[in-house]
Design a protein around this ligand. Sequence first.
Ligand code: PEP
Ligand code: MN
Length: 283
Amino acid sequence: MMKPFQLAARENKKEDTIIQVTGPGSSVKIGEGYCTIIAGPCAVENRDDYIELAQFLAHSGAHLLRGGLFKPRTSPYSFRGLGKEGLDILKEARSATGLPVITEVMDVRDLDYLVGEVDILQVGSRNMQNYALLDQLGQINTPILLKRGLAATIEEWLLAAEYILARGNGQVILCERGIRTFEPYTRNTVDIGAVALVKNLSHLPVLVDPSHATGKWDMVIPVAKAAIAAGADGVMVEVHQNPDYALSDGKQSLTPDNFRKMLKQVTDIAKLEGKIMNTEEKM
Ligand code: PEP
Ligand code: MN
């Protein structure tokens, strides 16, 4: 029987989709056979800290830098990101490190100045079903990282990807970030099974975000390892120099030291799985 998500389905495209993302000094392949590490703070907070952390991450072996400019916060009184003003900081980090960058877009109106400046646009969990946004993202050439909605079924998630694919943008990366369940000990319940399932159902790359999936920094390394062992094509993690003082998501942020530990352990698992770490192919 034909799947409702036709373009995302493996039946309709036998080869795995591999998405190439090129920064000023390095090129990253995201998809089957590769392991991609995206790292950075939840939000870009100020220039000096972001550039310092970006340099550290680049030297340590991260492949892509993350940094939120627009933060979807539960409370309107929480830090909501630097917005458009933070884009120059992200661009400076991109040229200083040579690494490509990813940031979240929440509003179609921000696409005007984001497109062409960042290498991947992220659709956050809360916007997975913002169909007006998905329609617009389908009409650009930038790769899209589509997070799973916090209460989305796998089919709803793949149909959200289908919105982007159907408009002509084939560069969709799926990202499992945990779903909301009855369990309060963790921020979300990480669905590792979804990784194996979606890798079977679809040819699209699948990443895991162990930071938002757990909400606890000391669960990030074990869940990152589980993700790669289950077949994920990489992980996206939050890192902060001083998690206690982070303006958002400090509790789930790795320190720079812990990021190094994670990278080493994830690299070992990726090797066992026969995956190429993107750093092995640096330009
Ligand atoms: C994020 O990655 O910055 C984020 C807000 O994550 P999520 O949309 O998964 O909550
Ligand atoms: Mn965050």
